[in-house]
Design a binder for this molecule. Structure first.
Ligand code: NAD
Length: 259
């Protein structure tokens, strides 16, 4: 039997990148999945990928904006109505926002990034922890970033939101450990997903692959991470095997955060 036989796993930002790769990996390990994204077409794409790999997978799709508290309540309720429980939650949806030095960083941009990356993660934990507390078990992985551990620059909203995600993780982890629930964060470095491709294209649309090479030069491993590498970590951290790992942030960055 596998780590995820009979388990129900909820994933936000499941239409792309890290959320999609993790959904696929965890589906292969036997979980029932509730997948959330703002973009319903990309959710369908993820479901298609899963069903190609696991034809009998049970997959619920919920289109929702995680920055909207009512929408979050709704995706949690729909998951519980469909599958009766939530064993694991990958609280992952996020945006990067426009890059600018602090003096030029717009307040609307700041609010938008905080709304998705920080409010969205908070709302998700708030309603999922209520379900998990009743169950007396559960695990949550929040997606932080290298930019939530150290300064990266030109990312006021992103830095504030991801440092905030680390704080929320520590706070809830110490509150809910007594109920058998663990809460952790991952801090990915540069992983080649559509998000990163988009920000490289912002810098130079015609020459973005070259920009990418320069971008990873300071990384000890001098390469981008792959979404699959993050998916393997997430699949472990969300499983019962990682229950005693609680209230911490785990980098997956080729050594960038603490070099
Ligand atoms: P991505 O853009 O490929 O995927 C993010 C998904 O989230 C998209 O499908 C998007 O539609 C969805 N989304 C965006 N806003 C939403 C909202 N308001 N409500 C619901 N869904 C929403 O990006 P990714 O690289 O897979 O990023 C996933 C997470 O990982 C984000 O939190 C990001 O900050 C974090 N992260 C990524 C990297 C990286 O290098 N790729 C590094 C560090 C952290």
């Amino acid at each position: 039997s596998s780590r995820y036989d009979g388990k129900v796993v909820l994933i936000t930002g499941a239409g792309s990148g890290l959320g999609q790769a993790s959904a696929l990996q965890i589906a292969k390990e036997g979980a029932k999945l509730s997948l959330v994204d703002l973009n319903s077409d990309s959710l369908e794409e993820t479901k298609k990928l899963i069903l190609e790999a696991v034809p009998n997978a049970e997959v619920l799709l919920v289109t929702a904006d995680v920055s909207n508290e009512e929408a979050v309540k709704n995706y949690v309720n729909q998951t519980v109505e469909t599958f009766s429980r939530i064993d694991a939650f990958f609280n992952n949806a996020g945006i990067e926002g426009k890059q600018n030095p602090t003096e030029d960083y717009g307040i609307d941009e700041f609010r938008k990034v905080i709304g998705v990356n920080l409010n969205g993660v908070f709302f998700g934990m708030k309603y999922v922890l209520e379900v998990m507390k009743k169950q007396g078990s559960g695990s949550i992985v929040n997606t932080a970033s290298v930019g939530g551990i150290r300064g990266v620059g030109n990312q006021s909203g992103y830095a504030a939101s991801k440092h905030g995600v680390v704080g929320l993780t520590r706070n809830s982890g110490i509150e809910y450990g007594q109920y058998g629930i663990s809460v952790k964060a991952i801090a990915p470095g540069a992983i080649m997903t559509p998000m990163v491709e988009g920000s490289l294209k912002q810098i130079d649309p015609d020459n973005w692959q070259e920009v990418g090479k320069q971008f990873v030069e300071p990384n000890p491993m001098k390469r981008f991470g792959k979404p699959e590498e993050v998916a393997y970590l997430v699949a472990f951290l969300l499983s019962d095997q990682a229950n005693f790992i609680n209230a911490v942030v785990i980098p997956i960055d080729g050594g960038q955060s603490y070099k």
